[in-house]
Design a binder for this molecule. Structure first.
Ligand code: AMP
Length: 175
């Protein structure tokens, strides 16, 4: 599957100098959406996974589908102030700003094996915050899966250095 051709690139969004990789065009293509979810699932099919943690917001769409296909639960990692119950929080730097990510304190239990899912990894700051949150709650992060890697920004390597295997379906040079 040629995922790259199904992803739209929008220059200068949301800020000048950012080339935004828009997966809505992949999601509206039923063959590409199906193939993306199947490939994310198959790359982690060998090991046991107890639940999927998806990063707001595009990680919810992909992570929800992956969790459904694996018949396991889904945990949302959300932007500050969105979750209604008590939370753990981690702040992180984005390619375009600073933010804080939260997870319900009881979202995962100690020893649970969790697969982290998002649409894209750039600098890896967002995914690293997700790994830190899950580990603070006692979970074992058994993998991190992304549709898009921007390898020149080093995020996937940063997560691998944390001891988490990373899988991506397509890489774009530059940022
Ligand atoms: P980072 O923390 O630098 O790895 O950034 C990853 C997060 O920011 C993901 O949740 C992406 O959805 C979003 N993001 C960062 N850069 C881009 C980009 N060039 N195009 C689309 N989304 C991006």
């Amino acid at each position: 599957m040629d995922f790259a051709s199904t992803i739209r690139s929008i220059p200068d969004h949301p800020k000048p100098g950012i080339l935004f990789r828009d997966i809505t065009t992949l999601l509206q293509n039923p063959i590409a959406f199906r193939a993306a979810v199947d490939q994310l699932v198959s790359r982690f099919a060998g090991g046991r996974v107890d639940c999927v943690a998806g990063i707001e917001a595009r990680g919810f769409i992909l992570g929800g589908a992956v969790a459904h296909q694996l018949s396991i639960g889904f945990v949302p990692l959300r932007k500050k102030g969105k979750l209604p119950h008590r939370t753990l929080a981690e702040s992180y730097e984005l390619e375009y700003g600073v933010d804080s990510m939260e997870m319900h304190v009881d979202a995962v239990s100690s020893g649970q094996r969790v697969l982290l899912v998002d649409d894209l990894i750039a600098t890896g700051g967002t995914a690293e915050a997700g790994v830190r949150l899950l580990r603070r709650a006692g979970a074992e992060v058994t993998g991190a899966a992304f549709v898009i890697d921007l390898p020149d920004l080093g995020g996937a390597d940063r997560i691998r250095k944390m001891g988490v295997p990373v899988q991506c379906l397509v890489a774009f040079p530059g940022h």
